[in-house]
Design a binder for this molecule. Structure first.
Ligand SMILES: [Mn+2]
Length: 347
């Protein structure tokens, strides 16, 4: 039997932005639901961070999630197993009060797991579900992992050494060897796909931030008999980069940029009037947010090399230190450090 795995849907994200929810809806309506219907899939496993805000829900975001996601799954006769992630637990040190339990009680097709639990999927395969590990449940969860004889685990895990997002490898978190007894481990939490051949971060369904741009996203189909899986990609994007090199405005096809967040990187602009025309053309076509990047003051030093043993922050510090620039390096370092830390907390 095949089941669908989806994770880190973050309903209500970007302050309940309509732009983002319209973009999410295209994925659910055109890709996700048609696939489930076509393949007769009746089990969905949601590996955490279903809602974005730990502290509360905006009514419009809740209505959106019910109208466009949960009501439809219920009508289709799909059972949803959902585990608590760090974004759905109200307190930092316990999963007891959580958004998925509080918001989805009316759905008898949704089961919520706030504690490590062994669950039989499709009356066939025993899977260990591992919700967000916090101070209060850590010892209990690790004991449960040790005693479990499941071949497969699915969780919202913060593991050391996996990519949190493009260009950023997590340098803290739990050790992956804790999970070495399992044949296959799937996890949410990091929004980009990566794996070590046994532990698979499946990535979330869509772009939410600039550092998601250009990454392949979607959901996953898992075969409970063969333990094999594959991804179904989401073809829709939110963030687009346009490199400008003196192209004529009249030749630009604006369709790929409508309702999106766009960054123009100017490489060459000998005809400023022509560039202005291009910007006007994009704005009047309905680009949602347009940023223009013109100056590259920071020149990469030619012999910069990354050593594998270095952590991300020291690489960034050294990169700035070795760059040729008139700008205040300490200021840039602090700025980059703060941005990096914020980015790591976004998963
Ligand atoms: Mn997340």
């Amino acid at each position: 039997m095949r089941v669908a795995i989806i994770t880190d849907q973050h309903f209500g994200c970007r302050k309940n932005s309509k732009l983002f929810h319209d973009y999410f809806l295209k994925f659910y309506n055109d890709i996700f639901f048609p696939y489930l219907e076509k393949e007769n899939i009746t089990t969905v496993i949601d590996m955490g961070d279903t809602f974005d805000s730990r502290k509360g829900i905006d009514f419009s975001a809740l209505a959106w999630a019910k109208d466009h996601y949960y009501d439809r799954l219920k009508k289709m006769g799909v059972h949803v197993h959902t585990i608590v992630g760090n974004h759905t637990a109200y307190y930092k040190n316990t999963n007891d009060v959580n958004a998925v339990d509080l918001l989805l009680r009316e759905y008898d097709n949704v089961t919520v797991y706030s504690e490590a639990t062994e669950v039989t999927i499709d009356e066939w395969l025993n899977v260990l579900f591992i919700p967000w590990i916090n101070q209060e449940n850590e010892e209990r969860t690790f004991k449960f992992i040790q005693s479990s004889d499941c071949h497969c685990a699915m969780g919202h895990l913060e593991l050391n050494g996996f990519r949190a997002h493009r260009g950023c490898v997590m340098d803290h978190g739990h050790e992956s060897k804790l999970y070495s007894k399992f044949t296959k481990v799937f996890s949410g939490h990091y929004h980009t796909r990566s794996d070590d051949g046994r532990i698979y971060y499946l990535g979330n369904p869509y772009e939410m931030f600039w550092n998601d741009a250009g990454d392949r996203r979607g959901f996953t189909i898992f075969d409970t008999e063969t333990l094999e899986h594959f991804h179904v990609d989401n073809p829709y994007t939110m963030f687009e980069v346009l490199y400008y090199n003196d192209e004529s405005a009249s030749l630009l096809d604006v369709r790929p940029y409508v309702n999106k967040i766009v960054k123009i990187i100017v490489k060459n602009k000998p005809r400023p009037k022509e560039f202005e025309k291009l910007v006007d053309k994009l704005l009047s076509a309905g680009v949602n947010d347009l940023k223009i990047v013109e100056n590259f003051e920071l020149q990469e030093s030619e012999d910069f090399e990354v050593e594998e043993s270095e952590d991300t922050l020291s690489i960034l510090d050294r990169y700035i230190e070795e760059s040729e620039t008139e700008l205040e390096k300490t200021f840039i370092k602090n700025l980059v450090r703060r941005t990096y830390q914020e980015a790591v907390q976004l998963v």
